[in-house]
Design a protein around this ligand. Structure first.
Ligand SMILES: Cc1cc2nc3c(=O)[nH]c(=O)nc-3n(C[C@H](O)[C@H](O)[C@H](O)COP(=O)(O)OP(=O)(O)OC[C@H]3O[C@@H](n4cnc5c(N)ncnc54)[C@H](O)[C@@H]3O)c2cc1C
Length: 441
């Protein structure tokens, strides 16, 4: 594959999701001199928080470094799941059985809550309860998924197993060895969801200030003073909602999240019958390799959207898009002749204990660390954060007061990431080739 590959010519370096969206207002008014609540970051966390505080009668200002939603919240894969990575057993060892159950239940609650929120707010964003397939990349991994299915069922989650012999009813590939099916998981159009949320937050009275990176926060007369290049704002309460874009503004938080880039491609418009034949049930899909791949049909059923972590170090978009295309065609060789139309990336935030965190540090509220699964969790925790700021009991969560770990010598620059990603990529490829050799028919 060379950079001249005609299937990558005319590659648009922007999210495919933006094609469907009318331009948003620019929000270029400077910040007002004061507010009850200032929120840093305008993604799902920040806007859901703003919706609660504005409706709770607090003057609310959302300060955003770029355009509203320019972080992950308009760029993601739109897969809506329960999002809690550690198992019940793992969490029980750390925090005891009761807290572990509550944390797992919170993941399920976030998914159901988001479905209700969208309906209650009348936000139309192609939300569909299509179900998610977690595909097994080896027979051994199918055994692990079978065990996971048993555990999830015991927790009360709807789940089913799809053996390899029946896999083609779900997904037209032989690259996997069966799958776990989570029927309650869903899909949406992330940018339409964000736009709906933005409109609701503004209608509730929240003020949005774009292109206003907060460069400094200091204590001031019982509240805080926030500085941006476009003006200062005094606020009684401040919420940090910066997730994978958390910089040195609050060094304590920066030391607790690892920014990890994830990238996506969209194919050109395909014959609809081809997409329908590759995804006969129209579900969203992810696997559980060390470097996860995730994919789905677009909401209009005309394209395939495919994503993952492409490389250990920063590489040119056209090279990254070529790598994603190669992976996609490994799964679906029928896609070989088709062009890739869009490529884009964003930064998710990993935490050292693989859990999201909500809390307060030196008076600053925050919610972040969704470990790549934030559509439901960031929305739900953003809303809980707003309720906590209002002092409401409904804001309490199973994550309150959990230890929030960092690591020695980690200041927010993940120097170890290239080595870890390179190793994971090598091991994934080694596993793939070994599995192919053993099971080639
Ligand atoms: C390619 C990709 C695919 C993904 N796919 C999925 C998926 O399918 N399902 C899923 O559940 N999750 C997915 N995610 C993750 C999900 O999108 C995020 O977890 C979620 O959007 C986080 O929302 P947020 O509001 O916390 O952060 P963001 O939406 O990232 O917003 C943070 C904002 O803070 C702003 N900011 C930072 N610093 C400052 C400052 N100093 N001053 C002002 N503003 C500041 C940034 O500009 C940014 O807009 C994906 C992410 C990516 C990148």
């Amino acid at each position: 594959m060379s950079a001249m590959d005609p299937r990558l010519s005319d590659l648009a370096l922007r999210p495919f999701w933006y094609e469907d969206l009318p331009p948003a207002p620019e929000f270029l008014e400077p910040p007002p001199p004061r507010a009850d609540v200032a929120i840093v970051g305008s993604g799902y966390t920040g806007l859901n928080c703003a919706l609660e505080t504005a409706r709770g009668g607090r003057t609310t200002v959302v300060l955003e470094a770029g355009e509203p939603g320019c972080g992950c919240s308009t760029k993601n894969g739109g897969q809506v799941g329960t999002g809690i990575k550690p198992s019940l057993e793992d969490l029980a060892r750390r925090y005891g059985r009761e807290r572990a159950r509550a944390i797992r239940a919170a993941g399920r609650e976030s998914l159901e809550w988001l479905a209700q929120r969208l309906e209650g707010e009348g936000i139309s964003c192609d939300f569909r309860r299509c179900g998610r397939i977690v595909a097994a990349h080896s027979p051994e991994h199918y055994g692990i998924l079978a065990e996971e299915a048993r555990r999830l069922a015991a927790e009360g989650e709807e789940v089913a197993l799809v053996p390899r012999s029946e896999q083609r009813r779900e997904l037209a590939t032989d690259a996997y060895f069966g799958a776990l099916l989570l029927p309650r998981h869903a899909a949406l159009h992330p940018a339409k969801y964000h736009r709906g949320l933005l409109e609701r937050a503004i209608a509730a009275g929240a003020r949005i200030v774009a292109r206003a990176p907060v460069t400094r926060i200091e204590r001031d007369r019982g509240g805080f003073l926030l500085e941006t290049p476009r003006g200062r704002l005094r606020a009684r309460e401040v919420a940090i909602a910066t997730n994978g874009y958390t910089g040195h503004l609050v060094p304590w938080l920066q030391r607790r999240v690892v920014p990890v880039e994830s990238s996506m491609i969209a194919t050109e418009e395909l014959p609809p019958e081809l997409v329908a034949s590759l995804f006969p049930t129209g579900r969203v899909v992810s696997d559980r390799r060390r470097i996860v791949w995730y994919f789905r049909p677009s909401p209009d059923g005309k394209r395939i959207l495919f994503g993952g972590r492409v490389s250990a170090r920063a590489i040119a978009p056209i090279v990254a898009a070529g790598r994603l295309r190669a992976r996609l065609c490994q799964l679906f060789p029928d896609l070989e002749p088709f062009r890739i139309s869009h490529f884009w990336s964003g930064a998710v935030a990993w935490s050292f204990d693989e859990l999201p965190h909500i809390g307060r540090h030196e008076g600053l509220w925050y919610a972040l660390g969704y470990c790549g699964s934030g559509v439901a969790l960031a929305s739900w925790l953003g809303s809980r954060l707003g309720l906590q700021i209002l002092g409401r009991e409904e804001g309490e969560t199973a994550f309150d007061g959990l230890p929030h770990p960092t690591r020695p010598f980690y200041s927010g620059t993940p120097w170890f990431l290239p080595a870890v990603v390179a190793l994971y990529r090598f091991l994934d490829e080694y596993d793939r080739r070994r599995t192919m050799r053993r099971h080639s028919t």
